[in-house]
Design a protein around this ligand. Structure first.
Ligand code: HEM
Length: 266
């Protein structure tokens, strides 16, 4: 299911879902004058994963399977990992836009959108959704790592968040600057341990290509369709984080949108 062929076969599904999300965004804007993006994106990504995995539409409101998936998400997000692993907080302000053209963006446009890809990399660097890689890593014999001695049987937990904010690795690590990835090619697929938001090695995320294809395509469509603006009464966007199932915004993002007159990003 994670082969490039299957992933491109899901383009229609990704398009249907993003079309619905775009409608949802506009409806909220018209009805409430403000868009709370988290719920719209969560519903869309849950549906995307469930339909990609089960190959059919699972009604998340009624069916037993749908209810189980939904409950699983809700239960696990109640567990606040930050109570156990303090991560601190961060702030940044930045934005980026693609190049506007007339037709609707497609999967095949993504390789020609390097700045969009750089934005996604920079977001994954500053806010890795899985900041602590899985703890399925055990030292099977005594080993020295730099100046540290790691005895056999030690469970290792990789703090990717700390690596992606490390000043000796990243210039101005707290600054949102997608251009850094235009200046230097850095793979995010697990071969470069400075930035491995999908992990690395045997336990690397199997959904990384599907995840990236979805994020690139949806971001392109959301940027193409609307200009995104802060809510006038919120002068500063609070980017504090909290760790639940994944790293989330402590205060979910609310914004205003204006429809663009022209069409697609290319
Ligand atoms: C932007 C999207 C995603 C991000 C940032 C992400 C991130 C991660 C990370 C950091 C890990 C731990 C890797 C390690 O410890 O080395 C992981 C594991 C995993 N991910 Fe993802 N993931 C994403 C999307 C997906 C999708 C779409 C699926 C499936 C449909 C998926 C399924 C899994 C599974 C099953 C594992 C456990 C692998 C194992 O332990 O062997 N992920 N992911």
């Amino acid at each position: 299911m994670f082969s490039p062929r299957r992933i491109s076969g899901f383009e229609g599904l990704r398009r249907r879902i993003v079309d619905e999300m775009l409608e949802g965004v506009w409806r909220e804007m018209e009805e409430r004058g403000v868009v709370e993006v988290r719920e719209i994106l969560q519903k869309g990504s849950l549906r995307n994963v469930v339909e990609s995995v089960f190959g059919r539409c699972v009604c998340l409101e009624g069916e037993e399977l749908g209810l189980m998936v939904k409950e699983g998400y809700e239960l696990i997000s109640k567990f606040n990992w930050e109570d156990y692993f303090p991560l601190g907080f961060l702030d940044f302000c930045g934005e980026g836009e693609g190049v506007i053209s007339w037709r609707e963006v497609q999967d095949s446009d993504i390789p020609n959108l390097p700045y969009l890809q750089a934005i996604v990399k920079e977001v994954l660097r500053l806010h890795p959704p899985g900041p602590l890689l899985s703890w399925a890593r055990l030292a099977i014999h005594d080993v020295h790592v730099g100046k540290f001695f790691v005895p056999a049987g030690t469970m290792a937990m990789v703090n990717m968040w700390a690596i992606t904010h490390e000043g000796s690795i990243w210039k101005n690590p707290w600054t949102f600057r997608p251009e850094r990835f235009m200046e230097e090619e850095v793979s995010i697929m697990g071969s470069d341990l400075r930035l491995a938001p999908f992990g690395s090695g045997r336990r690397v995320c199997p959904g990384k290509a599907l995840g990236l294809a979805t994020v690139h395509f949806w971001l392109a469509r959301l940027l193409h369709q609307f200009t995104w603006l802060p809510v006038p009464s919120h002068s500063v966007i609070d980017l504090s984080e909290c760790l639940r199932l994944s790293l989330e915004m402590k205060k979910p993002l609310a914004c205003c949108v204006v429809r663009r007159k022209s069409a697609a990003i290319i």
